[in-house]
Ligand binder design. Structure first.
Ligand code: G5P
Ligand code: MG
Length: 223
């Protein structure tokens, strides 16, 4: 689908709620560019950049990377996408990050995946990731065609260091304390749309219908 105007969206939800999985579907269906803060951090880590090594420590302990570092990193990437429609996944994750984003760009919609914590814990321990692209698999939900290998490149899949049960618990705590207030921030701005469920296959048709409507009504307004 070719969009008629620039459209900017954010996808939110607790760790393991399916942000990456739903983002891949949105990207494929609506052609938005997907920017994942976690993928950007992991790419810095695998390149052994100075910043990446500093950040690995925070991530492995289930803590958030400091706001100023994270905002600088993401806003720098967004600057070179001035004429693109994008979908931000994993950023903003605190109110100061949301304010920094607002200062630079307006956000058309925020998709919130509301998935129970119990569902999430089971998923993350069976997740396998292709680090260079961020493609995710799950041994139960969407297994790779060949176990341990990425479908598209045939390269090895890895388990993330922060997907251990203890670190997942810490990540969920960080989400409750630091990220849930961002939902309120966007709710009061009138751009938050929440989708509740335990299965991505059930949530996705609602997200897709919502975005179709949103993009259609945006087109109507422009016409
Ligand atoms: P990330 O990388 O942003 P999280 O913790 O927000 O990490 P995560 O873990 O990447 O989120 P997700 O993207 O929401 O989860 O979920 P996913 O990968 O699509 O799905 C999870 C698993 O469930 C997959 O295996 C998928 O196949 C499977 N699955 C999906 N749907 C279903 C289903 O219906 N059924 C079943 N059975 N399985 C399913 O951030 C990582 C760290 O980076 C730092 C922080 O330290 C953070 O902890 N960071 C930041 N720090 C500060 N500020 C920021 N803005 C930061 N961004 C990242
Ligand atoms: Mg993700």
């Amino acid at each position: 689908m070719v969009l008629q105007r620039i459209f900017r969206a954010v996808i939110m939800g607790p760790p393991g709620s399916g942000k990456g999985t739903v983002s891949a579907l949105i990207t494929k269906t609506f052609g938005l560019s997907h920017i994942s803060s976690g993928d950007i951090l992991r790419s810095n880590i695998s390149n052994k950049s100075e910043l990446g090594l500093l950040m690995k420590c925070c991530i492995d302990q289930g803590q958030l990377v400091p706001d100023d570092v994270m905002s600088r990193l993401i806003l720098r990437d967004l600057r070179v996408m001035d004429h693109s429609s994008w979908l931000l996944d994993g950023f903003p994750r605190t109110v100061p990050q949301a304010e920094a984003l607002d200062d630079a760009h307006s956000v058309d919609t925020v998709i919130n995946l509301n998935v129970p914590f119990q569902t999430i814990k089971q998923r993350l321990t069976s997740r396998w990731t292709h680090l260079p692209t961020g493609r995710v698999y799950n041994v139960d939900f969407n297994p790779p065609k060949v176990p341990g290998l990425d479908d598209e490149t045939g390269e090895p899949l890895v388990q993330r260091d922060d997907d251990t049960p203890d670190t997942v618990t810490l990540r969920l705590k960080a989400y409750e304390n630091q990220t849930e207030p961002v939902l309120e921030y966007y709710r009061s701005n009138g751009v938050l749309e929440t989708f509740t469920g335990t299965e991505t296959n059930m949530i996705w048709p609602h997200v897709e219908a919502f975005l179709h409507k949103k993009l259609f009504s945006v087109k109507q307004k422009v016409a």
